[in-house]
Design a protein around this ligand. Sequence first.
Ligand code: FMN
Length: 176
Amino acid sequence: MDLKTVIEKRRSCRAYLDKEVPEEQIRECVNAARMAPSACNKQPWRFIAVRNANLRKRICREAILPGIKMNWLEQVPVLMVICLKKKLLTHILAPLLSGIPYEYIDIGIAGEHFVLAAEERGLGTCWIGWINAVKIRKILNLPLNETPVALISLGYPAAEPEPCSRLELDDILEIR
Ligand SMILES: Cc1cc2nc3c(=O)[nH]c(=O)nc-3n(C[C@H](O)[C@H](O)[C@H](O)COP(=O)(O)O)c2cc1C
């Protein structure tokens, strides 16, 4: 698939087959994430691929915030936890001057590299930001300097995801 097709085909997938994702596929997707650019090349990301059924169940039941129904999540064969590891100069001091949270930009780019690499391999994904980071840290026994900032579900799609609307190009692009 060329890049245009991968980008256009990707949709958030919320229905998965009960089929294991080979470790090699996970590694290839994280390798794509690893190539992402980052502010000062600090690469402030860590990926944890949660395949263990008990851990996945605990994350789904204890670490998703209330208000949005995500029952589908328990069927997902892999929950990727993206953690942020902040560096003092780039992620704490520099944003005091610029007002720009570089670390979240970095995480977003790396995560989307992961997502597009997954799409290219016929795998479905969905970003999940409605999470309780403290609970995830506890369940996975993460160190204090690694903060979970998003989950990405990963698995083989059970159905073609629904298309989702987008703003028109001329509504978001201004050329001066
Ligand atoms: C940072 C971020 C957080 C998101 N959090 C959730 C979430 O908690 N639950 C969910 O079902 N979808 C979540 N999504 C998926 C969005 O709802 C979805 O990307 C958007 O509606 C566009 O649809 P599409 O991905 O199918 O194009 C999230 C997406 C992003 C980028």
